[in-house]
Design a protein around this ligand. Structure first.
Ligand SMILES: Nc1nc2c(c(=O)[nH]1)N[C@H]1C(S)=C(S)[C@@H](COP(=O)(O)O)O[C@H]1N2
Ligand SMILES: [Mo]
Length: 324
């Protein structure tokens, strides 16, 4: 179904920036000559409460502040109860109900492949590798819904630089945990386990690519990919692999699990692109989780999920209909 109405371009009252935030943003813009998030917006985001049950993991104001989203942050309750994590089942409610069996500690991430300095990083070593930042990113699922989440982590590039990739490292492959003892969903063959994802090297090195350890000022809940995942805000959510155990530098483009399962539906790039429909549905608009009331309007989806200014250059000259 093609969803295209004039209403798409009418902002909800909640989308209209409050005057105070707007003025504050203008002051910040004028002062720095940069597109940067306003201190007020940051304060609001940092105040977005977590569940209060998990250890705290605060993040400082991000150096990549221009990528901050100036929209209402999704509630912690919604962000932790409506999840895709097929290792725990295919229902949106399954991960919250079942992921308590995941053991996020002890945890090791092995960094290997085409690099001078491979290594096995204990979680505590990873947590200390670089300063934690809080970044409010929009997460857009390929299914047509989105959330706004204050993630905590640091740029994936920090870890990649430590590994010193060789000239042969053209892509990065991510492998996530596949343990039947901890993950009941592995009994189903809905995907080929382990869940695999991949990025081109320059995408992985982009400062927006976040190696993520927390959200809402606390460590990641199991259902959101504890203890470490990636978040790639300009791509459909499935590229943001959860509970990562291996990062490998490779010469050839890796096959991701979703691509493997339906290559004509889920491409390697999977950049958010409203002009390229999924074979079975439109990508023109999205439903914001938490706004699903009877009269809630869908929001127009944005090229690269709104991060075109930051990442557009990565795809200059590429045919994005073919490389979907
Ligand atoms: N290992 C693993 N990672 C995964 C998935 C999954 O099923 N398994 N689902 C993906 C999809 S489709 C989305 S939309 C996001 C959802 O992240 P969230 O639950 O933290 O919002 O995680 C992604 N990462
Ligand atoms: Mo998704």
């Amino acid at each position: 179904m093609l969803i295209r109405t004039t209403a798409l371009h009418e902002p909800l009252s909640s989308e209209i920036t409050p005057r105070r935030v707007y003025l504050n943003r203008r002051t910040a813009l004028a002062g720095l000559g940069l597109a940067t998030a306003s201190p007020l917006a940051l304060a609001q985001a940092q105040a977005a409460p977590g569940g209060g049950k998990l250890p705290k993991l605060p993040g400082a104001r991000s150096a990549v502040a221009s990528a901050m989203v100036m929209e209402k942050v999704t509630s912690y309750a919604d962000a932790t109860s409506y999840n895709n994590f097929y290792e725990f089942g295919t229902d949106k409610a399954d991960p919250a109900e079942r992921a308590h069996t995941l053991k996020p500690r002890p945890w090791t991430v092995s960094v290997e492949g085409e690099c001078a300095k491979p290594g096995r990083y204990d979680l505590d070593a990873l947590l200390k590798l670089s300063a934690m930042e809080e970044r409010i990113y929009r997460l857009r699922c390929v299914e047509g819904w989105s959330m706004v989440i204050p993630w905590v982590g640091y740029s994936l590039s920090e870890l990649i630089k430590k590994a010193e990739p060789t000239g042969k490292a053209k892509f990065v492959e991510f492998t996530t945990l596949a343990d039947r003892a901890q993950m009941p969903g592995l009994r189903s063959s809905v995907l080929d386990w382990p869940y695999l994802e991949g990025l081109r090297m320059d995408e992985a090195m982009h400062p927006l690519a976040l190696l993520t350890f927390g959200m809402y000022g606390e460590v990641l809940p199991n259902q959101n990919g504890a203890p470490v995942r990636i978040v790639l805000p300009w791509k459909y959510g499935f590229k943001s692999a959860k509970s990562i155990v291996k990062i490998r530098f490779v010469e050839k483009q890796p096959r991701s699990s979703w691509e493997e399962s339906a290559p004509q539906e889920y491409g390697f790039y999977s950049n958010v692109n409203p002009t390229v429909a999924h074979p079975r549905w439109s990508q023109l608009s999205e439903r914001r989780i938490g706004e699903d009331g009877l009269f809630a309007k869908k929001r127009p989806s944005l090229m690269f999920n709104g991060y075109e200014a930051q990442v557009g250059q990565l795809y200059a000259g590429m045919d994005l209909k073919r490389n979907f």
